[in-house]
Design a protein around this ligand. Structure first.
Ligand SMILES: [Fe+2]
Length: 404
């Protein structure tokens, strides 16, 4: 069984080709040449590296976006920057969240996925938006947490340069320290798994594949408005779960929330880096890991909403508490979020789906339930950074130095 892909016109070849990241062809059959020519018709990102994409999966139209892990890549530590939030810019035109944003007034449909989290939009082409309309989309996503846009073939086929231009509208693009990226486009974070390989952070020693997290929360300025789409997805499974950290906080008692507002927690990139250093996920650490302290309850700069800001992948300890206190508190919070079906949403990927979420107010996790099928799940994430998390309690003091 072969997987569907994200275009509406392409049919997956019946011959499944194994990913060989560094394979070199010694002879090139005519069929392969024809397939390469077809692949070459895919959009060409102007930021492509000087060397051509590796000859891998030549029948796959998105082979140029397969994960690469150049061993020579190394990046300096990130430096702070001033983030201008796109949602702020939209507040002037739509200060009232009860009034539909102009960009969505012409949509075919806008439906809530759950009352607490997520909306699905049909009839809006993300490639056609003005700058002001993009700002409105950012505001809408901040309010709804997750927004699923269907039928975005134009966006997905616009290619690398357009994806980057889209992302830069919302903030400085993050370069992931360990994940694969398309050759020459380090600002695109890739997720990739097929029957032969996985280049994701996956733990086979757990009872579940779920790893709830907010992306790269160990950075001083973690991401805000984040975009993910799949170029290829399995016939079934590979969904993404989201949970609202605004609602998860609201489900706790006011007394307990008052205590949480006084706390700050360490978010660490060390385990993720060590995972790669052990030879998994491409085996590359292109920027040394960092640890930063963030408030346990943060305030969204545009909506003003408070959100729980700990996650099971990167939050390692609560500052000022003894180890048992910290471990038990974090485990309670992780468990609270993980089993919180009242404030979760399950996103099913269909061809040409683009998902936006506000990484400041959500956690998410892929569901790796499609492994036995051997089918491919290949996605691109565009990850603009945002402000340094703002404490819900203004009296909380935070150092801006990395702990390591
Ligand atoms: Fe993620």
């Amino acid at each position: 069984m072969t997987p569907p892909i994200a275009t509406e016109t392409y049919t997956e070849p019946t011959q499944y080709t194994t990913l060989k990241l560094r394979g070199t062809a010694t002879e090139v059959p005519a069929a392969v040449l024809a397939a390469r020519a077809a692949a070459a018709r895919a959009p060409e990102p102007s930021v492509t590296a000087t060397k051509p994409a590796p000859s891998q999966q030549p029948d796959y139209p998105y082979q140029r976006y397969l994960p690469a892990f150049p061993k020579e890549e190394h990046f300096d530590p990130l430096v702070p920057f001033t983030h201008s939030d796109p949602g702020f810019r939209a507040l002037a035109v739509s200060p009232n969240p009860e009034v539909p944003l102009p960009v969505l007034q012409g949509a075919e449909s806008v439906t809530e996925i759950t009352p607490e989290l997520g909306s699905e939009v049909r009839g809006v082409d993300l490639t056609k938006l003005t700058s002001e309309e993009r700002d409105q989309i950012a505001l809408f996503t901040a309010r709804r947490g997750v927004v699923v846009f269907r039928n975005q073939g134009n966006f997905i086929n616009a290619g690398g340069e357009a994806w980057l231009e889209w992302g830069r509208h919302f903030g400085r693009l993050h370069v992931h320290p360990t994940s694969g990226h398309p050759e020459g486009i380090p600002h695109i974070h890739l997720v990739y798994r097929d029957g032969e390989s996985t280049f994701n952070y996956e733990r086979s020693d757990r009872t579940t594949s779920l790893v709830w997290h907010t992306d790269v929360s160990y950075e001083l300025q973690p991401p805000g408005l984040t975009t993910l789409f799949l170029l290829s997805s399995p016939d079934s499974g590979g969904d993404t779960l989201y949970a609202s950290q605004v609602a998860s906080l609201r489900h706790l008692s006011p007394t307990f929330v008052s205590f949480l507002r006084t706390l700050k927690a360490v978010h660490s990139g060390v385990e993720q880096a060590n995972f790669s250093r052990s030879g998994k996920r491409g085996g590359v650490v292109r920027r040394e890991p960092v640890e930063h302290v963030h408030p346990v309850v943060r305030r969204h700069p545009v909506t003003g909403e408070e959100a729980l800001y700990v996650n099971s992948q990167f939050t390692t300890r609560i500052e000022g508490l003894k180890k048992e206190e910290s471990d038990n508190l974090l485990n309670f919070l992780f468990d609270h979020v993980g089993k919180g079906g009242d404030f979760q949403a399950r996103i099913k990927w269909a061809p040409n789906t683009v998902v936006l979420w506000d990484n400041r107010v959500c956690v998410h996790t892929p569901v790796v339930d499609f492994g036995p099928s051997g089918q491919r799940r290949h996605g691109c994430r565009i990850t603009p950074q945002a402000e340094r998390p703002i404490a819900a309690w203004e009296g909380l003091e935070l150092s801006d130095k990395s702990l390591i």
